[in-house]
Design a protein around this ligand. Structure first.
Ligand code: CP
Length: 335
């Protein structure tokens, strides 16, 4: 059973084929790959881009999308085995996933961490449980990684640079300030895909506490060994931005403080100056800026950066539509 849970599970050749199919759908939006088919989009967290692009994408391919929000418009779900279900949950994932799979051909899942215990959250239990019990392919719509965002970002870079070969580009993944500790998913994903594509990647973060989980640092190290790229961690803004071709910004919570966020706050507050601004972008190699969105202007990046012609965040957001159509097609028809 093929699922789309992480890009790391997919071969480089298959990722390239997905990106080529996405570029095709961008030129030619309508198709019949999902004719008579349906996808269930299960959201445990809010969304604007993911929900809209999957719904529209399914429609453009002749299919139908059903959105479910467990605990809101669908029954709350239990994930543990052996639980005496006398609490909030009305049904178990063992039934939910198998029943949904009798109605639909694909299941998308968005389930952010609970932000209490990283050792629990890093197991990605909700996504894995859907994949375990579903008899149709499951798509990660952002859990502790965000693989659809990865493909959309790479497609936007390929479009910008006019080539599918991104090797040798200096890619800076920079932490930015945000008043709340956010999910590391997009940062994990950016690190994974940028190294996979053979770019020279700098992870810029304020202190060692903001280095990402060892699983993703490990994937990145493995990727550069295979792709010929490079990976370094920096806490120095000027040298990290110097000569960058790509600046990708994201805020995330420091993993050592997971679940103890009041203790992280004084540390986080010291680094408001990590905001992406025009002065920092001026240090780059006429680099492009992007972000997965949503983005708090003048907190994570300035108006000037967001409104610059060097900002490709809107193109990346558009590409979510095209890459997800490619993923849905691949899971239904194969590549
Ligand atoms: N980037 C992204 O996934 O956006 P949404 O949270 O709006 O879906």
């Amino acid at each position: 059973m093929p699922h789309f849970l992480n890009t790391q599970d997919w071969s480089r050749a298959d990722l390239d084929a997905l990106l080529a199919l996405a570029a095709h759908y961008k030129r030619q939006p309508l198709g019949d790959a999902l004719k008579g088919r349906a996808i269930a989009l299960v959201f445990f967290n809010p969304s604007m881009r993911t929900r809209t692009s999957f719904e529209v994408g399914a429609f453009q391919l002749g299919g139908h999308a059903v959105v479910l929000q467990p605990g809101k418009d669908a029954w709350p779900i239990e994930f543990d085995l052996g639980t005496v279900m006398d609490g909030e949950a009305e049904e178990h994932i063992a039934e939910v996933a198998r029943v949904l799979a009798r109605y639909v051909d694909l299941i998308g899942v968005r389930a952010f961490p609970k932000f209490i215990d990283w050792s629990q959250d890093r197991e990605d239990r909700v996504l894995k449980a859907f994949a375990k019990y579903s008899t149709v392919p499951v798509i990660n719509m952002e859990t502790i990684t965000h693989p659809c965002q990865e493909l959309a970002h790479v497609l936007a870079l390929q479009e910008h640079f006019g080539t599918t070969d991104l090797r040798g580009k200096k890619f800076v993944l920079t932490w930015t300030y945000h008043p709340k500790p956010l999910n590391t998913a997009v940062a994990n994903s950016a690190l994974t895909i940028a190294t996979r594509m053979g770019m020279d990647v700098t992870l810029l973060c304020p202190t060692s506490e903001y280095i990402l989980d060892e699983r993703y640092m490990g994937w990145a190290a493995q990727n550069v060994a295979e792709s010929g790229g490079s990976l370094q961690v920096s806490h120095d803004i000027e040298s990290a931005y110097a000569g960058a071709d790509v600046v990708y910004a994201k805020s995330w919570g420091a993993l050592p403080f997971f679940g103890n966020w009041e203790a992280e706050k004084p540390l986080r507050e010291r680094f408001r100056h990590f905001i992406v601004d025009e002065a920092k972008m001026a240090l780059t190699n006429d680099g492009v800026f992007s972000h997965c969105l949503p983005l708090r202007r003048n907190v994570k990046a300035t108006d000037g950066v967001m409104d610059s012609p060097r900002c490709i965040a809107i193109a990346e957001a558009e590409n979510r539509l095209h890459v997800q159509k490619a993923v849905m097609t691949a899971l239904i028809r194969g590549l």
